[in-house]
Design a protein around this ligand. Structure first.
Ligand code: 3HC
Length: 316
């Protein structure tokens, strides 16, 4: 008789050999739960992430910028859908996940609880927020759970366009009038620290990291990815002729990395617990969008039912 110990041992061996875990494979309950937690939180982040940018579609300064922004927001919706589908393979329903998001029970990324105050925020969100997201997500293309890894491949291709368009938009502002340059710097100042928080708590406070790394759900720790992000952005910001709002940011020869200042962790946990500047508004907006979309879901279901009956009649 196979005991649980043997199952866990062969499961870990599979992971160590880089064999993907598929939905019908045996997996420890904790592996299933942790993937479900992470993938659903990720899906919710994509969906809530549409709100701060959607806010600017009607105010984009040109047709070109408007077309780019619409495409980007649509991409986020698509990412949410791939990820909900991947999460469903772990035994939950999309309806349940949406209910958890709309009731405030489920988490989503802290970053989407900050307001987008000026047009320059669209550039800063693209460059910094999508830039942080993509570092984390490139690693997830090699995550051990097959459906999650496959969903991430396409998502990453689109995210890299998001980051580039953000940087390019800020580059234009950085070469503009004094008012445009000030707006660009102000957006960078406001989005820098929240972007660093996206990577999650420090490694010694990250409750899930050790096990997730052992199971190759995560390939790098929160602090490793955060450092990679700081090193990348500290160089890119020079091309904009702007600065990052951190007096302690300094190249460290010995470490071969940039040193940077302490993140305000109190602010981070406050936002995660629902008390950030926009948490309440985001949930109101999500619930409104969900309620207003009821007729679309009902119409799609009615159409699917009609088609099924038609096919049935044809077959008989
Ligand atoms: N915002 C909100 N909650 C966060 C958080 C953040 N930035 N960072 C961590 N947390 C939460 C975790 O969810 C966890 O809570 P839980 O145990 O109740 O679920 C707790 O804080 C402790 O953190 P851990 O480090 O132990 O958690 P993880 O091991 O899950 O690591 C993570 C956190 C690095 C965000 C990881 O979950 C991950 O890689 N997720 C997938 C990527 C993702 O969700 N990115 C979000 C942004 S997506 C995006 O930006 C869309 C783009 O199109 C713009």
């Amino acid at each position: 008789m196979i005991c649980i110990f043997d199952l866990e041992k062969s499961f870990q061996e599979k992971i160590d050999k880089e064999i993907k875990i598929e939905p019908k494979d045996w997996m420890p309950e904790a592996y299933r739960k942790t993937n479900l937690r992470q993938i659903s939180q990720h899906a919710h982040s994509e969906i809530v992430g549409m709100l701060p940018e959607g806010n600017w579609i009607s105010r984009a300064p040109s047709l070109k910028r408007k077309a780019i922004l619409i495409a980007k927001v649509q991409d986020e919706a698509g990412h949410g859908l791939y990820l909900y589908s991947a999460a469903e393979t772990l035994g939950t329903s999309r309806d349940q996940m949406v209910e958890d998001l709309n009731s405030g029970k489920a988490k989503y990324s802290s970053i989407f609880n900050y307001p987008t105050l000026t047009w320059a925020d669209m550039g800063a969100v693209g460059w910094l927020v999508d830039g942080a997201a993509i570092l984390n997500q490139v690693m997830l293309c090699r995550t051990s759970y097959g459906p999650y890894a496959r969903a991430m491949v396409r998502i990453c291709k689109e995210e890299s366009f998001h980051q580039r368009q953000g940087f390019e938009s800020l580059l234009v502002l950085s070469k503009g009038t004094k008012a445009q340059r000030d707006m660009c710097q102000d957006a960078i100042n406001r989005w820098w620290w929240p972007s660093l928080m996206m990577f999650g708590p420090k490694d010694n406070e990250s409750t899930n990291s050790d096990q997730s790394i052992k199971w190759k759900i995560k390939r790098k720790t929160n602090d490793e990815l955060r450092q990679q992000f700081v090193d990348m952005v500290a160089e890119q910001v020079k091309l904009l002729g702007m600065t990052l709002p951190d007096p302690n940011l300094k190249w460290n020869e010995e470490r071969n990395h940039y040193d940077f200042g302490e993140i305000n962790w109190e602010e981070f946990w406050n936002v995660v617990k629902g008390n950030g500047p926009c948490n309440k508004q985001r949930l109101v907006d999500r619930n409104k969008a969900h309620d207003e979309g009821t007729w679309v879901r009902e119409a799609a279901l009615a159409y699917a039912e009609k088609r099924k009956n038609k096919l049935k009649t044809k077959a008989t």
